[in-house]
Ligand binder design. Sequence first.
Ligand SMILES: [Zn+2]
Length: 254
Amino acid sequence: MGRDRIRCESGWRLKNNSMPFFYFGASNNFMRYAYVGHERVEPQKGLRGLCACCGGELIAKCGHFKIHHWAHKDLKSCDPWWENESEWHRQWKSHFPPERQEVVFVSPATQEKHIADVYSEKGVILEFQSYAIDVEEVRARENFYQQLVWVINGVKNEFDKFYFAQSIVGTDPNDSMLKNVKWFGRSKLFAKWAQATKQVYFDFGTDIVWHLVRFDSNSKTGQVRAYEKEKFIQFYGGTSKPILSFQQSAFGDR
Ligand SMILES: [Zn+2]
């Protein structure tokens, strides 16, 4: 089995026995990290590595058009839940220490493996989600990880940001950060994520994240609460300034 080749990096077992055992690693189609020997490294031209989730071979892709990433040599995906790394994902993950990103969890009971975007020092997993997923998958991921917070890309659909702005209809008299919403437009963004059982935050590309406090799909009304993105990141042990990788900083401002 390929996975036997992967060193168990941390050996942590979470307090609750039903929680998955995990080690640090990386997987699937577009990843930020791979194992080269015993090192967990970012892609560099010409490099090959191994996926910590499935043990498959990964090839460094360092072109000009996509962010540098690792890709599986054969296109079989090792974690069906994994969403290819996008610029939005990379930005969010970069606020957290490298060893907290792309953490593989294994169910002791079933050996099922999945890769969490960020395993925060609070013991809570942050999943950054750009694409719509069906409620069954939402539920399966919530059951697998237990301690999970969703961060949803609100600018994936070009109209959602506009819909959201139009949907804020008032402010709670006791809490100026708490806003009343009456969802505007045809998008099902809020209705879909109202079905989650874990906390959901929306990122509409500003310095605020919006916690979906409650939402009724029939009346399309509910409440959202604003949090400074910086405070949200710090709460989960991240730093407000992204920790840039070598490739990113090389192209950045001096
Ligand atoms: Zn893999």
